[in-house]
Design a binder for this molecule. Structure first.
Ligand code: MIC
Ligand code: SF4
Length: 645
């Protein structure tokens, strides 16, 4: 049977199951990587499982998210991660080496292989033909312990690229923004996007990676490009030609559907506040004043991008009203812009060049001022994520951003006289892995600072839930809404009791108090809309509510990673069979779900009574066999321990 690329990789890694859409499939994984903000939990969980050494061919622990070190907590986390990598046999990418996805693309991504990463933008590696999937920390820990990765087989959608980009004005960022405009933030749920068509050859690996990176904003399981001569050139330039294999879909392979994109017709695009799918052409915004510009992040910080930005800024000064911040994606990129004079051009123009880390993208510094307009090459512009609640954050290409930095306003770059060099892909990247510490035979002790606390574990599912509705929400609630990040909250990622004080704090300051009061009286229930939990992989958005006594989330639909995280921590994700009943549920109502263990076990709908108004309704649990076991026993950690003991 002819297979597409995703099916080829899945078939060659299949441990159990099949490739029937929606059915469970277990996969052997070639690489697992973590980053610091999700990694401390992942490595604590790995430790709790009680296995000596990672059982995947490659495990890498990156430090890139929280590098501000405003007190002991953050460097303590780094020390813990370094000691855990040494103890358990993982590579350790030291702070300063760069953003996990960019560094992984440079140094580890390999076509035809499977990677899991504890970050939703892991699909960046799909630019090099790797099937790379974002997961919660506990999923990663269990796979590092030797278990297959459990996934429900996604549909595969073909995105067929024709034509060529109108370079240098139109970039890969504009392509993915155009796709987001068409498909929205829920358009990719349950799907893998596979790219093909004659336009593919015109994109280099870093451009492809921009597109697969931001496929996460579509809610997709992952996105992947073929592995062709461009992939080979990239790997050769990284000194890793040996990792190359050719990868293309068989003639006659099937897809769930096909989307056509003519690259020549793509215009410079911008996502307006506060969602990555709120996309318009930059033309429509020409003249809108800009106060801050941020360039970098894991979406658009390759050497080629920064070289183009330096070209635009050459000999100019950043507009008086604008603050320009730049995070080179990796130390390799930093090295290159330093070597070719770009760094000097950027600094001379007034750019504030920061370290190779996530920085302003996750609100770790670089917050805009009150009500300011910030335009960023990043992938998310959720309300408040920048650290400033009333800031208006736009997402755009490095070209659009650099032009805005100089002009102090958006401009129609396509029809402007902006002079932009078209940087060529380097023949050879400066490879130096001295910031990556390889696994060593000398294991050493694990170092845990006082802010690093044990992972809380839930008790098995009770037969009855009798809990209070804590919050009712609309569609597309993000994990940033549930569990904010940023400079104030991120330092508590290793301390669940402390971080739980911030659950929903950006959208409902009374939530935590209500949850704490409800906890001794049966706990709480969250009512969501469509695509509940979109965005990041942070399992804290499940773990902290679990710690606060949340028993179930009832929504119209869930984002993939968050749904898995809820199940992993024993929180029941239920979907309304009749969505209209949601309007009859209010904060403070008591919901009673009787005989719930039986309903879950038998895959039956759960009958729910709203004791506050007598409303009776049903919800589906839609759990597969493994997920039922997880929910019944209280989550993935007790489940894994029960299997290994
Ligand atoms: C993000 O971009 O939201 C993050 C921060 O990288 C998250 C991970 C996290 O919350 O630590 C993600 O994308 O998964
Ligand atoms: Fe870091 Fe932002 Fe990328 Fe998340 S999206 S990994 S915070 S740069």
């Amino acid at each position: 049977m002819p297979l597409n690329i995703a099916e080829k990789i899945i078939q060659s890694h299949m441990v159990y199951g099949g490739m029937k859409v929606g059915e469970p499939v277990g996969l052997r994984v070639d690489e697992v990587y973590t980053q610091d903000a999700t990694g401390t939990m992942a490595w604590l969980q790995f430790e709790a499982i009680g296995i000596d050494t990672v059982r995947v061919p490659v495990a890498v622990s990156y430090v890139d998210h929280n590098m501000v070190q405003s007190n002991y907590m953050n460097p303590d986390d780094h020390a813990f991660l370094q000691s855990a990598a040494r103890r358990f046999g993982a590579y350790f990418s030291r702070p300063g080496n760069g953003i996990c996805h960019q560094v992984n693309l440079e140094r580890f991504a390999a076509p035809g292989k499977i990677a899991l990463g504890t970050d939703s933008h892991t699909p960046t590696n799909g630019g090099a033909g790797m099937l790379a999937i974002g997961v919660g920390g506990l999923d990663a820990a269990v796979v590092m312990g030797g278990a297959p990765f459990a996934l429900n087989m996604p549909m595969v959608t073909l995105i067929k690229l024709s034509g060529q980009l109108r370079r240098p004005y139109v970039t890969a960022m504009d392509v993915i923004l155009e796709i987001l405009r068409r498909l929205t933030v829920k358009g990719g749920v349950g799907r893998i996007f596979e790219y093909d068509g004659e336009g593919v050859a015109s994109l280099d690996v870093t451009e492809r990676a921009t597109i697969t990176n931001m496929g996460a904003e579509l809610g997709a399981t992952t996105s992947i490009f073929p592995s062709d001569n461009r992939t080979k050139e990239f790997l050769r330039a990284q000194g890793r030609e040996g990792d190359w294999i050719e990868l293309k879909a068989d003639d006659g392979s099937k897809y769930a559907d096909i989307i056509d994109i003519d690259l020549a017709a793509v215009e410079p695009m911008v996502a307006k506040p506060h969602s990555p799918d709120n996309v318009v052409s930059v033309r429509e915004l020409a003249g809108t004043k800009v106060d801050q510009v941020c360039i970098g992040g894991c979406t658009n910080s390759s050497y080629q991008s920064l070289r183009a930005v330096a070209g635009i800024l050459r000999g100019k000064t950043v507009a008086e009203r604008v603050n320009l911040l730049i995070n080179p994606g990796s130390r390799q990129v930093y090295d290159m812009i330093a070597g070719d004079g770009s760094l000097r051009e950027l600094a001379a123009a007034g750019a504030r060049v920061l370290e190779s880390s996530c920085g302003p993208c996750i609100g770790m510094g670089g917050a805009p001022g009150s009500g300011q307009v910030s335009v960023r090459t990043f992938n998310r512009n959720f309300e408040g994520r920048s650290g400033t609640k009333d800031a208006k954050v736009f997402l755009a290409s490095p070209i659009t951003c650099a032009a805005a930095a100089v002009a102090g306003e958006f401009s129609d770059v396509l029809n402007s006289s902006v002079n932009i060099p078209t940087p060529q892909e380097p023949d050879k990247y400066p490879v130096c892995d001295n910031m990556i510490i390889p696994p060593s035979a000398d294991k050493g002790a694990i170092i845990k600072g006082p802010n690093i606390r044990e992972v809380p574990v839930k008790s098995p599912l009770a037969d009855e839930i009798n809990a209070e509705v804590l919050i009712t929400l609309g569609d597309n609630i993000t994990t940033d809404d549930i569990m904010p990040a940023g400079a104030k909250v991120l330092p508590f990622r290793s301390n669940i009791p402390a971080i739980s004080e911030f659950v929903f704090s950006n959208i409902d300051s009374g939530f935590v108090k209500r949850a704490q009061e409800a906890r001794p009286h049966g706990g709480g229930i969250i009512i969501g809309g469509e695509n509940y939990g979109q965005g990041s992989s942070r399992e804290h958005a499940a773990l902290a509510p679990m710690y606060l006594g949340v028993q179930a989330v009832i929504a119209r639909s869930f984002a993939r990673i968050h749904r898995s995280n809820l199940i992993n921590f024993g929180i029941l994700p239920l979907t309304f069979e009749d969505a209209a009943v949601a309007a009859k549920i209010s904060v403070g109502d008591r919901l009673i779900i009787k005989g719930i263990r039986d309903s879950v076990q038998n895959g039956q709908p759960c009958a729910i009574e709203n004791a506050s108004n007598g409303l009776q309704f049903t919800c589906a649990s839609n759990l597969n066999e493994r997920e039922r076991e997880l929910i019944l026993i209280g989550g993935l950690l007790p489940y894994t321990k029960s299997k290994t003991s």
